[in-house]
Design a protein around this ligand. Structure first.
Ligand code: GRF
Length: 202
């Protein structure tokens, strides 16, 4: 299954996907697209001879025109799955609708808790005893799409946002490639009723 990965930064989740592909996962990353030219993830792609493109949002007057060009760029690769991996842009409903059921995101919290940014500090401030990461299908609702899988970690005494983020990130690198693998195998899909199916669980 052809996969396009969208990034904005380090690309550690991209790296986890590349590693999974090399271990034989039934998907092939055909392109990496970043909205930022300085994203280290672009270097990760280049090291693995994966086409790496930058579509900067500067020069675009509105979100819709950026998303239209992004969609054209993505569709040039005809992916069966679009992976958002640390992609820090809010997407228009039209863009999301075009990829409905074949676009995944990972968010560093146990959704529906802590949608949005600074999730680790917010979890600490809220006195959470556990925290984690969530893989979900992308819908127009920010960090609100149907859940596919989650990883839970304990919040430890002495944790700060950095130590908690690092523990969560390590789990992201496990569950995200697993979810992509399920989708590529045809075991995971988003039902017409908006509820995910895994292995025909419904
Ligand atoms: C991380 O905070 C991760 O939780 C979220 O995006 C950030 C960067 O991820 N998904 P990556 O290292 O660029 O994949």
């Amino acid at each position: 299954l052809a996969v396009v990965v969208l990034i904005s930064g380090s690309g550690s989740n991209l790296q986890a996907m590349i590693d999974a592909q090399h271990r034989g996962a039934p998907f092939r990353i055909v392109a990496v697209i970043s909205n930022r030219a300085d994203a280290f993830g672009l270097e990760r792609a280049r090291r693995h001879a994966i086409p790496a493109e930058v579509l900067s949002h500067s020069g675009y007057s509105d979100r819709a025109s950026y998303d239209a060009d992004l969609r054209q760029l993505i569709d040039g690769y005809a992916p069966g799955l679009v992976i958002l991996a640390g992609f820090m842009r809010i997407l228009t409903p039209e863009f999301v609708a075009h990829y409905q059921g074949r676009m995944l995101n990972i968010h560093p919290s146990l959704l529906p808790k802590f949608r949005g940014l600074h999730t680790h500090q917010r979890a600490l401030d809220a006195g959470e005893s556990e925290h984690g990461a969530s893989v979900h299908f992308v819908t127009a609702e920010l960090d609100g799409g149907p859940l596919v899988t989650q990883a839970k970690v304990s919040v430890l005494p002495g944790d700060n946002a950095e130590t908690l983020a690092a523990r969560v990130l390590a789990h992201e690198h496990i569950i995200y490639p697993m979810a992509a693998d399920w989708f590529a195998q045809g075991r995971l899909r988003l039902g017409a009723d908006g509820v995910p199916y895994l292995d025909g669980t419904r």
